[in-house]
Design a protein around this ligand. Structure first.
Ligand code: NAG
Length: 491
């Protein structure tokens, strides 16, 4: 039940994929059974793995259709079913629509939404003869199938009610009156966490943000967690538990390589805390402020920008309804040991304060908030784009300093040379890295436009970041480039 990753590839397993696979609901990284001799159909139970990111069923002898319920697998980013004997339509979901055709090749006949696959077969106009023959067949076939269908419907309906593609939660009311929703099973995690942090002793505190302080909790079992204890104004009685729990549950199911995993939430009369995956290097902000900032070279910094863009793109464009972060700052971007960046605290703003009319009192960090929030309470995805721009500028400049403040307050910095404002702890970038730095800088400047409608969307940002382009030849090289040059040319 606790398995997070399962790789059985390159073996000699035969038979069908067991239906019970659907019980491994916390499987979240990889399920790989490629290069075996599996036969039969792909069980629709697979779609209960709503956190799974990568599914590899390639090089087997699986047959039949791809179950349409695979669209429930909202975290899926790779699905390789190549080299099987599948046919029929590919389910329609954003993950499949973006998938490359090579994940579907060498099957009997797959068709549909994937670019490069044929569209699904639609009946042409049959000849008269054909038609009357078909009529008879259709009538004979239709009656029993309707009956079977109805029965099936009733059966599935009854079955579905019980099984609603949710993660089993540990509804853990312990003797201190604490209540936890966590996707680990069967322990008093509340007690473990209180013990591991010696009841939130400052010596375990590793940071703090708009909503609370973060503690490092190493459980007796060896598991390392980041626990965010929330400062909340007194919300007793105002917290409507049901929608709150539903929402927490949605957030704990989100799996994306650039979003910090939220394992769950505990609240007791004494305290409330969120339980996260632990990220070794801590926040981007703290790394930039530390002496080790030079370890973050230009290549690392560019890849951090792309990571953050991917996370925001996912939440804005792949989640329905879109999730707005509302508090993107360098302190909410966490780095792992390889400098992979993950955005933390997604959706928490709305969760902690569903009454959006006064959210600015609680949420958001000054200096990263979009200016329109001063006169409108409407929080949109374009507010996140602004904060993304600020963080990107901070990362390129190495600090949240005067230059950044003048850019944000629209005081002209046009005459400044770009190379003078880039982080001086690093050498001036060269070659292709320099081209990319210039592209990213130009995107960041457009993202902090005062007018939300002039900012690019996260989709446009991601598209631009995906392809390396050389800046137009009219643009001076990075040694002579001024901010005014970036304002006039669109890269
Ligand atoms: C799936 O597994 C096969 C064989 O093990 C491998 O060649 C392929 O790259 C994998 N697909 C993905 C998308 O990782």
């Amino acid at each position: 039940m606790k398995l997070r990753l399962l790789k059985l590839n390159n073996n000699n397993f035969s038979g069908t994929i067991p239906l019970a696979i659907g019980n491994l609901v916390v499987l979240q990284d990889t399920f790989d059974v490629s290069h075996n001799s599996l036969t039969g159909e792909i069980p629709s139970q697979l779609s209960k793995l709503v956190m799974l990111q990568s599914l590899n069923l390639s090089h087997n002898s699986l047959s039949g259709h791809l179950p349409s319920s695979l669209t429930y697998m909202t975290s899926l980013s790779t699905v390789d079913v190549s080299y099987n004997e599948l046919d029929g339509p590919v389910p329609d979901s954003p993950a499949f629509r973006r998938a490359p055709a090579e994940w579907f090749v060498h099957n009997i006949h797959l068709c549909g939404v994937v670019r490069g696959l044929p569209p699904c077969f639609t009946l042409g106009t049959p000849t008269k003869d054909d038609r009357s023959k078909r009529h008879k067949v259709v009538v004979i076939a239709i009656i029993p199938s309707v009956v079977v269908f109805l029965l099936l419907f009733i059966f599935i309906g009854a079955f579905r009610k019980r099984e609603k593609y949710t993660v089993p939660v540990d509804n853990n009311h312990n003797k201190e009156g604490a209540f936890c929703i966590l996707n680990f099973v069967g322990r008093d995690v509340y007690k473990d966490i209180i013990e591991a942090t010696e009841d939130f002793d400052v010596k375990y505190c590793i940071g703090s943000g708009a909503y609370g302080s973060v503690y490092r909790a190493e459980l007796a079992s060896g598991e390392l967690l980041a626990v965010k204890k929330i400062h909340l104004p007194d919300t007793e009685g105002t917290c409507d538990e049901q929608p709150f729990q539903t929402e927490i549950q949605t957030l704990t199911q989100i799996r994306h390589r650039n979003i910090v995993k939220l394992y769950g939430f505990c609240f007791s009369p004494r305290c409330k805390f969120l339980v996260y995956e632990y990220m070794e290097r801590g926040s981007l902000g703290s790394v930039l402020r530390s002496e080790t900032a030079a370890e973050l070279d230009w290549v690392n910094r560019l890849s951090i920008v792309k990571d953050v863009a991917r996370a925001l793109f996912y939440m804005h464009h792949d989640c329905t309804p879109p999730i707005v972060h509302r508090d993107v700052t360098s302190n909410n971007i966490l780095l792992d040991s390889e400098f992979k960046a993950c955005v933390s605290d997604f959706g928490i703003a709305r969760l902690l304060n569903p009454d959006s009319s006064n959210w600015t009192m609680l949420a958001g960090t000054r200096g990263y908030l979009a200016p329109e929030l001063a006169y409108t309470m409407r929080v949109t995805t374009q507010c996140d784009v602004y904060s993304f721009g600020v963080v990107t500028l901070e990362l390129l400049m190495g600090e949240y300093g005067e230059v950044l403040i003048s850019i944000l307050s629209s005081s002209p910095v046009n005459d400044s040379f770009v190379k003078d404002v880039l982080d001086r702890r690093l050498p001036v970038p060269e070659g292709q890295v320099a081209d990319e730095v210039v592209t990213v800088l130009s995107l960041a400047l457009r993202s902090v436009d005062n007018h939300p409608e002039s900012r690019p969307t996260m989709k446009q940002v991601s598209d631009k970041l995906c392809v390396v382009r050389t800046p137009p030849p009219s643009l001076p090289s990075i040694d002579a480039l001024k901010f005014s040059d970036l304002m006039t040319v669109e890269i």
